[in-house]
Design a protein around this ligand. Sequence first.
Ligand code: ATP
Ligand code: MG
Length: 257
Amino acid sequence: MIVLEGVGKTYQTRAGSVAAVGDVSLAIAEGEFVSIVGPSGCGKSTLLNMIAGFLPPSTGRIEVAGQAVVGKVPPHLGYIFQRDTLLPWYKVRRNIALGLRFRGWSEAQTRERVDALLELGHLSGFGDAYPHQLSGGMRRRVALLMSLAVEPRILLLDEPFGALDTHTKTHLHRELMEIWRKLRQTVVMVTHDLDEAITLSDRVVVLSLPPSRVLLDERIDIEHPRDVFTLRESDRFLAHFQRIWSVLGEQFRAGAS
Ligand SMILES: Nc1ncnc2c1ncn2[C@@H]1O[C@H](COP(=O)(O)OP(=O)(O)OP(=O)(O)O)[C@@H](O)[C@H]1O
Ligand SMILES: [Mg+2]
């Protein structure tokens, strides 16, 4: 579904050029859930932006669903940005509906779809609330529903549960897993939380310090459905954690020195 071949990205700035992504090759199958982890600044958001067609790579090529991504957003793509993108002056319901209105859905169709999504996100009572009236976890849930509204076949998630507490996060993990098991989108998630990456993913990809390359591509050998509340205590989880951390921790150490 997603193929990256020798992808690199160097930004040109007034202060000089910044080599963010060095040389990344990856193939992600349809329906696969892949997480990308790596030190801050190694180009994770840059990679998602290139897959989404927002940003051209400097080298290499990217294909989504068999088509080269060149300056256009591939169809059926949902994106959750690293920063919260809810529009504060619109109610929750209107925020979720934004993508649908762009696609020309009628008012009645939109209302029906938004109601179904609110139910899916356990937010049925909050359609008429404004973003500032929600908790941080609820806002991230609305962001997830916004990106699901257009029924994406591909979901790009940039630290979707960033700064949330472990309790809220774990509940959101369970919800995301349920949604993914139902809809089976292809998911690429960037996160700095290795527990989260292992809990949710089929594969965890570790990137190096910039200019980044793939250091490890670990298949998570834990069957579904997974119990997000007990998974972390299992031997298999711990074995994956240790193996990935031995590579990732090394990058953090190198980045700190
Ligand atoms: N528009 C831009 N212009 C110039 N440099 C940029 C731009 N966007 C990102 N960069 C640089 O590219 C590098 C990678 O940035 P990116 O946001 O992709 O990293 P990241 O891995 O997502 O980091 P984090 O984990 O902190 O979110 C950084 O050095 C950043 O300063
Ligand atoms: Mg980022």
